[in-house]
Design a protein around this ligand. Structure first.
Ligand code: CP
Ligand code: NVA
Length: 297
């Protein structure tokens, strides 16, 4: 089989993505096997992580393989060894690689030189693995997301960009509210203008939505902008009041880590009738095992 990468949701067809979601649900019910016996995953982290590291590492172990945690603090990549050299060397020794880094161009270059599949475990532009878990969670808890309305409230960041790709691939409508100057990538918004509405008013975005999603206001790498962002995002908290504008039975999701009292209220994130965040986090494990199976053939 030809080598496949997963750098964004657009690297798979809608049918393939649907199969990965279904397989994730099946693996959740039957988690242990030796399908990946002898397989090794390299996990390159230029940024911090809790969920991503644990889900990939545990997932490999549950399927009989193993995973290497490679922090940029400890590898030569972190000391400036060229990406193209590192990619060729690392991929000559392992079966699959996941990368969490800053610029999306870095992972694209890495994938270009890698002889094995590369998974985007978050860049400044996209976080496609999180979307597999989010869609799997919606399907499990509420049924098919096709034809539904999803609201994104907050920063037009890597998660928001991935929701735009998801709207296209999973066939839903997306209503985005971001403050001015914090909008998602312009070219993907315009390419998907038939299904993406972009505004600045959270209530307008949430109106009638079946799923409301947010994320941190200050992503990794933006720490110096924190104060400016706190001011710009005032009024963008997702809370029970905002959810009253959504459809009845609307769900709330957040990829985590979450900051209560900023982008989400403590009451909403802890409300089990609305908030799916714990299932969403756990489903990283199941959905990524399905993704690895897909990529390893
Ligand atoms: N949601 C997510 O990717 O979490 P981590 O940063 O903890 O991996
Ligand atoms: N947008 C956040 C997601 C963290 C999982 C970040 O990039 O820091």
């Amino acid at each position: 089989m030809q080598k496949r990468h997963f750098l964004s949701l657009l690297d798979c067809s809608p049918t393939e993505l649907g199969q990965i979601i279904e397989r994730g649900i099946a693996l959740k019910a039957d988690p242990i096997s030796d399908r990946f016996k002898g397989k090794v995953m390299a996990m390159i982290f230029d940024k911090s992580s809790t969920r991503t590291r644990i889900s990939f590492e545990a997932g490999m172990a549950q399927l009989g393989g193993s995973a290497l945690f490679l922090s940029s603090r400890d590898t030569q990549l972190g000391r400036g060894e060229p990406i193209e050299d590192s990619a060729r060397v690392i991929s000559s020794m392992v079966d699959i690689i996941m990368v969490r880094t800053f610029g999306h161009d870095a992972i694209e270059k890495f994938a270009q030189y890698s002889s094995v599949p590369v998974i985007n475990a978050l860049t400044d532009s996209y976080h496609p693995c999180q979307l597999l878990a989010d869609i799997m969670t919606y399907v499990e808890k509420r049924g098919s997301i096709a034809g539904k309305t999803v609201a994104w409230v907050g920063d037009g960041n890597n998660m928001c960009n991935s929701y735009i790709n998801a709207a296209r691939q999973f066939d839903f409508n997306l209503r985005i509210a971001c403050p001015d100057n914090f909008k998602p990538l312009e070219d993907i918004v315009s390419k998907n203008s038939d299904r993406v509405w972009l505004g600045e008013n959270p209530q307008e975005a949430v109106s009638g939505a079946d799923l409301v999603v947010t994320d941190v206001w200050t992503s990794m790498g933006q720490e110096e902008e924190k104060q400016k962002r706190l001011q710009a995002f005032a009024g963008f908290e997702v809370n029970h009041e905002l959810m009253t504008h959504a459809a009845s039975n609307a769900a709330f999701m957040h990829c985590l880590p979450a900051y209560r009292g900023l982008e989400v209220s403590g009451e909403l994130i802890e409300d089990p009738a609305i908030s799916l965040v714990w299932d969403e986090a756990e489903n990283r494990l199941h959905a990524q095992k399905a993704l690895m199976e897909f990529l390893l053939g």
